[in-house]
Design a binder for this molecule. Structure first.
Ligand code: AMP
Ligand code: MG
Length: 316
């Protein structure tokens, strides 16, 4: 069974092909100071055909050979989501093959599990817009903890603008933070949930009077420690033996080392997928769509900008 997966939740248009093995994973990214949803979707509409053609030629197949068409149905930006939705629906109708709507967050988890060969990890998903601690229990990816306001990546990106750092700013903040000193800043953990807006406001204020190094360091240390605290609690309670870090913020070395240390204490294995699979991509949609179709789960409703991870029955 060959599945073509299309991703277009935010800035990346991706086309992946999976048939039990990864056959292709092509992408094109909309780049700007911020994501303008309509402009991003126009960029994707213009460039999608080339990305899909490249994926098909990498896999050595044509559209007629595809057995299942999968797309990222949500969560994400409406205009962007509709690009892969319209394409996949059209292909599915035209070639009379099943359609599968895939949850983007779950696809991040599934492709990570596949690549890291993990069986049942606790997952920390930290991207621009999302921050969730997830784990499979009773047929659903349960959300053990999550942000109550913004995603951690967006908090870093918003702060980065104070220094005129263009989007995405997380990597540059990581570089600036090296060797900084810790200053007191808000630390907001509410039960198992997190909030970053107080920390962000404090960091913006401190940026006017303190050194870049110390402010970036303190912002990172507070945000990451909050995340490690709830993750450790989730790991201890669920007794899972694997911890996987996914999403764009997973590239941060400081965050990785803090989590590695915590995992050592709990004798849990720690893994981060390779960037090709960790950043938004088409293969994660193809792989998840393939698994779902194999289990007989096909069909898809309209795109859902706020589709929650714990709304999906994981019966594959
Ligand atoms: P995604 O939404 O998964 O594409 O991830 C993008 C987010 O990852 C942006 O908010 C970036 O600022 C963030 N990011 C990328 N590299 C790093 C890094 N080295 N440290 C922290 N955040 C990062
Ligand atoms: Mg993503």
């Amino acid at each position: 069974m060959i599945c073509l997966g299309l991703e277009s939740t935010a800035h990346t248009f991706g086309a992946g092909i999976f048939d039990g093995k990864a056959r292709a994973n092509e992408k094109d990214m909309y780049k700007a100071v911020g994501i303008h949803p309509r402009e991003a979707s126009q960029y994707m509409t213009t460039n999608a055909p080339a990305v899909i053609k490249k994926a098909l030629s990498k896999a050595g197949i044509t559209l007629e050979d595809v057995d299942v068409f999968a797309f990222s149905r949500g969560p994400g930006l409406g205009p962007c989501l509709r690009v892969s939705s319209v394409l996949a629906r059209t292909f599915s109708e035209y070639f009379r093959k099943p359609l599968v709507g895939v949850n983007h967050c779950i696809a991040h988890v599934e492709v990570g599990k596949w690549e890291k060969r993990m069986k049942d990890p606790l997952v920390i998903y930290v991207s621009g817009a999302n921050t969730q601690i997830l784990g499979l229990a009773g047929g659903k990816y349960r959300v053990y903890g999550e942000t109550l306001d913004m995603g951690l990546g967006n908090a870093l990106d918003t702060f980065a603008r104070e220094y005129g750092i263009p989007l995405p700013g997380g990597a540059e903040i990581e570089r600036l933070a090296e060797g900084g000193k810790l200053m007191p800043m808000p630390y907001t953990v509410k039960g198992m949930d997190l909030a970053f807006s107080g920390l962000l406001t404090a960091a913006k204020k401190a940026a006017k009077t303190h050194s870049k190094k110390d402010v970036c360091y303190s912002l990172q240390e507070n945000a990451f420690t909050m995340l490690v605290e709830v993750s450790e609690r989730a790991l201890a309670h669920t007794k899972k033996k694997e911890l996987m870090l996914v999403g764009g913020v997973a590239q941060n070395k400081r965050l990785r080392s803090m989590l590695e240390e915590m995992c050592r204490d709990h004798k849990a294995e720690f893994g981060v997928p390779e960037n090709e699979y960790n950043a938004d991509n088409g293969l994660m949609i193809a792989l998840t769509g393939w698994k779902m179709a194999k289990a007989g789960i096909t069909g898809a409703g309209p795109v859902d900008q706020k589709w929650r991870t714990d709304d999906v029955d994981v019966s594959w």
